[in-house]
Design a protein around this ligand. Structure first.
Ligand code: SAM
Length: 299
């Protein structure tokens, strides 16, 4: 008999996307898709204006599906009112055949423009770049970092604004998305490190697919030699604070440190954790519940 999937569709307030997506990934063990991340319709401005978003998750129909759907409905009913939806609709379920799932899942991903020049494009999508566009090909679903998460987007925007004429260090490289963007934006030398060897393997494949050269390693941060004009770290707030001295030591005089992965409510915790480093907080950018801090080292 053909294998089938249960496609579960949730209509939720836009500001609740991250919360629900995390819950769904945990519950289903699969990735999720979010509508309206298309190139033409998505921008940070329109995201705030769009009141409702569609999030889809994919479950294998098994004995636990009913239970999981009930847990999902409870989660939505409990949390959506805090985001302004007093009467959230329960999720709907459609059964998909394996072959429809394989193509149906893909249809929810489209090329996404981030900042002015960067475009993240799924490998299967045709795309005609504008002059000056820097296109990164990336398939969702392997390592963290497909450009759809606000913490990644905030880093990419910061990186594009800074320009990357010198050397760049990407701490917690995941899919390698930030490392690849740094190369495309003109960095001379890019080093990406991750504690997860699988992520490094994926990042290497992605770099090869995009024809970019970066040094991708599992070397612990403290053991990476040299200093860099830009250091990026999109990891958890607690890790950023724990690694504050090592991250700072890697920033060249006058260079920049971009910190992401910080919930807005944890922003002051991270800022406090970097006070003793001597770096200057140059800019704070936010998207939804996520915050990104840009620090600069003295000359
Ligand atoms: C949120 S993902 C970021 C991926 C990508 N850089 C992006 O911006 O989308 C965080 C990554 O950091 C890695 N990581 C966590 N702690 C780390 C550490 N102490 N040193 C290096 N990598 C770390 C994780 O394995 C994961 O791949």
């Amino acid at each position: 008999m053909d294998k089938t999937w249960a496609e579960v569709t949730c209509e939720i307030p836009a500001a609740m996307i991250d919360l629900l997506a995390d819950f769904l990934v945990e519950l289903s063990g699969n990735g999720v898709s979010i509508d309206n991340l298309e190139l033409d319709t998505f921008s940070l401005d329109t995201m705030d204006e769009a009141p409702v978003k569609t999030v889809r998750a994919y479950f294998t129909p098994d004995d636990e599906l009913e239970e999981k759907l009930a847990a999902l409905n409870r989660f939505i009913q409990e949390h959506a009112p805090a985001y302004g939806d007093a009467a959230p609709a329960p999720p709907t379920v459609t059964t998909l055949r394996e072959e429809d799932w394989a193509t149906g899942w893909r249809q929810h991903f489209a090329p996404t423009r981030i900042g002015r020049k960067l475009v993240i494009k799924p490998t299967w999508e045709p795309f005609s770049p504008e002059p000056g566009d820097l296109v990164i090909e990336l398939d969702p679903g392997m390592a963290f970092g497909t450009g759809t998460h606000p913490t990644t987007r905030l880093c990419l925007e910061a990186l594009e604004k800074l320009g990357t004429a010198g050397d760049v260090l990407d701490v917690g490289t995941g899919s390698g998305i930030l490392a690849m963007a740094a190369v495309k934006l003109g960095a001379q030398r890019v080093v990406g490190t991750d504690i997860d060897p699988d992520a490094v393997a994926v990042a290497r494949e992605n770099c090869a697919m995009n024809g970019v050269t970066a040094e991708l390693v599992t070397t612990p941060l403290a053991d990476i030699p040299g200093q860099f004009s830009v250091v990026l770290a999109n990891i958890l707030a607690e890790d950023l604070v724990r690694m504050a001295a090592d991250l700072t030591a890697k920033v060249a005089p006058g260079g920049f440190l971009i910190l992401s992965g910080i919930l807005v409510e944890r922003e002051s915790y991270v800022i406090d954790g970097f006070v003793s480093t001597g770096l200057t907080l140059a800019e704070t950018t936010r998207e939804g519940e996520w915050s990104c801090l840009l620090y600069q080292a003295g000359q």
